[in-house]
Design a protein around this ligand. Sequence first.
Ligand code: NDP
Ligand code: BG6
Length: 498
Amino acid sequence: MPSADEPFALIIFGASGDLTRRKLMPALWSLYAARTLPEPFAIVATARTGLSDDGFRRRMRETVDTFARLKVPSEGVWERFAAAVHYVAGDPADPALYAKLGAKLGELERGRSGAPANRLFYCATPPSLYDDIIANLGGAGLARPVPGGFTRLVVEKPFGRDWESARALGRQLAGAFAEEQVYRIDHYLGKETVQNILVFRFANGIFEPLWNRNHVAEVQVTVAESLGIETRGAYYEEAGALRDMMQNHLLQLLCLIAMEPPLSFDAGPVRDEKNKVMHAIRPLDPCRVEEAALRGQYGAGFAESRPVPGYRQEPGVAPRSATETYAALRLLVDNWRWAGVPFYLRTGKRLARRVSEIAIRFHRTPHSIFRRGPAVVEANTLVIRIQPDEGIALTVAAKTPGPDLRLAPVRLDFRYGEVFGGEPPEAYERLLLDAIHGDATLYARGDWVEEAWQLLGPVLESWAQEPGPALHAYEAGSWGPAEAEGFIARDGGAWRRP
Ligand code: NDP
Ligand code: BG6
């Protein structure tokens, strides 16, 4: 494993895109500003858009000012960072680009003679281009490590578009890269609050006795976004909410909640336990998909009091698109710990607000002794707030002050910001450093990814049919389709309003 001060080059494909703008570059800057980015480093950004080095650096400066956790303290510091950023224009499908990239890397690496050539390639394009990128990296000899250094490949989710394509992509990767060179990123695993799920569960003795079907009535995982699809129509049209969010981020969260304690917090044991959860999820019946899955698409509405267009009016979206921007699932984990406990997962764009949380609702008390209080006391709920307002809260019943015996739910609330101060580091900061240092613990493993596709296969097939199950409309700025309420009410439940 290279030490933290070894040089490296990060080569980003799709660098003119949303991921680079919103997440990667702000994370790289914050690592640099916090002096945690190994040096010397080079960032070689590539995409088809014609830009000069300076043109790209100017764009990145705006991006860093808007999205980075750490601000630019002075022009001098920015200039030093920007000098390490280079732009190579080209089409990732064109082998000629790889000759240019090879030459650029050679030039940068020759400038630091004697130091190892460590290279991290990053696929930040729409996933339909991964095949070309992998084939071209292999063809140009760029997949092979330069002696004395490492070469790694970070692949963004979704890895494939279904089980067959994920397997085919896996085989293609295996033809060019060794498995230990490949990092399948799921940035939710790098979020501080997501990492804290395991600490919370396995570094505190009091939760384990409650963490099972005897005490837990249901689990709700919500990843709601107020954003629409912005400039990402081309990518989103080929993905949709199920592939973009459910197959990766939400199923990973489910696994962290449902998994057994791993032997240690290391890549092998943690990933083994997550795989066992995937094996235990009851396969979805292709004939009864509508009982387990619901989809929706946003129409025009409001976001932060501004009128916003419907999905079909967004740039790059087909006027009759059937792509879902909202997805909900009901899953059961068939093992001794979780038998009979429903796991509800939902995600959507243009929802009422940006909030990601996991809510674990416990059984009610078997009997109320407070005859003059309410007949039904609210069940205890543990809410893990992933973002924003990161924290963990437990609702409990308490007596309100006064001569009458009145009960009210109160929250025992731990807020990251208050306790630790400041904002937690961005997920991409942690994950980029891990890939540079060769630690894959917080990356998804290939067999997990394939299991996730296999689980969703019946839904993908059903939703691909024409006419398929209903695509429910919802107003931008709402909490999703009204039909989602009926979906969960069948079990007697209701979605939370986080
Ligand atoms: P974008 O739609 O912004 O695409 C990225 C870039 O890819 C574009 O700027 C474009 O650059 C290039 N590109 C698009 N189509 C083609 C094409 N047909 N041929 C060659 N190049 C093309 O996508 P995102 O950046 O949003 O997403 C990229 C990946 O990152 C996806 O896998 C997504 O799941 C993942 N991701 C995105 C996140 C986000 O917040 N955006 C967060 C987490 C993961 P040019 O036209 O200049 O070549
Ligand atoms: C990405 C999706 O994986 O996650 C995007 O491609 C989504 O569509 C993003 O907006 C959400 O990430 P975060 O960290 O802002 O919740």
